[in-house]
Design a binder for this molecule. Structure first.
Ligand code: GRF
Length: 193
C-alpha cells in the first residue's frame, strides 16, 4: 500500500526491544507540526525494554507481547494494528524477525533501521565486524522490510567514518547519532515518492 499523507498524519507504530533511542527521535519528529506521522503505539517483545519509558513520558500507548508463540502473537498484533488503523510500522531495534505471513498481511509499509551500510553486515554485531575487517567507513541504512532479513529495498543510507581508535562502542555511538537523523529523513523520502 502506498503511503499518502493527505491532510491527516499517518498512524504509526514503533516496535522496539531495547533502549529506544531511535524511538525517542521518531517521537520528537512526529511531534513536529510538519511531520507526516503520528505515533499511536509502541510495541515491544521485551518487558525490560528501557524504551518503554517513552510511552509514559510522551503519553503513547504501549503494549508488550510475548513472542514464545510467534504465529499466535503476530495474529494478535495484526488485529490490534488494524483496529488502531496503523499504516506504518517503524522497527527500531526490534530483535525479532517478523514472519512472511505478518509482513504480507499488514496493510501498510514496514521500515527498519540497521547499523551498517547494507548490503554489508546483515544481522548482528555490525560494528565489531566492520572494525575487524578494517573498513574505513560504516554507517546506517533505513530499508523496507521483507521476509528476508535486512534485505528489503534501501531507502536511504548515511556513511560514518571509522577512526583507528574506534571501538565497537564508540562506533555504535557515532552511528546512532546519525540513525536519529536518518529515520525521519527516510520517512519524509518515502512520503514524497
Ligand atoms: C540501532 O543501532 C538500530 O540500528 C539497531 O538496533 C539499535 C537500536 O538502538 N537495529 P535504540 O534501541 O534505538 O537505541
Amino acid at each position: 500500500m502506498a503511503l499518502s499523507t493527505g491532510t491527516k498524519k499517518i498512524n504509526t507504530a514503533v516496535f522496539i526491544s531495547g533502549t529506544g533511542s531511535n524511538l525517542k527521535s521518531l517521537i520528537k519528529f512526529s511531534n513536529l507540526k510538519k511531520s507526516p506521522i503520528s505515533i499511536k503505539m509502541i510495541i515491544s517483545n521485551n518487558p525490560k525494554s528501557k524504551g518503554l519509558a517513552f510511552g509514559k513520558i510522551y503519553k503513547i500507548r504501549k503494549k508488550i507481547f510475548n513472542f514464545s508463540n510467534q504465529a499466535k502473537t503476530e495474529k494478535e498484533i495484526l488485529k490490534l494494528l488494524k483496529k488502531k488503523k496503523i499504516n506504518l510500522i517503524c522497527l527500531a531495534g526490534f530483535m525479532r524477525i517478523l514472519s512472511k505471513n505478518f509482513i504480507q498481511n499488514f496493510n501498510g509499509q514496514i521500515l527498519n533501521i540497521h547499523p551498517s551500510l547494507l548490503p554489508k553486515y546483515k544481522g548482528l554485531n555490525t560494528h565489531d565486524r566492520a572494525i575487524k575487517n578494517k573498513d574505513r567507513y560504516s554507517g546506517c541504512t533505513v530499508h523496507f522490510v521483507t521476509a528476508k532479513l535486512d534485505s528489503g529495498k534501501i531507502i536511504i543510507q548515511k556513511k560514518v567514518k571509522i577512526n583507528k581508535k574506534d571501538t565497537p562502542r564508540t562506533l555504535a555511538n557515532k552511528v546512532l547519532a546519525e540513525e536519529h537523523k536518518l529515520y525521519p529523513e527516510a520517512i519524509l523520502k518515502i512520503i514524497n515518492l
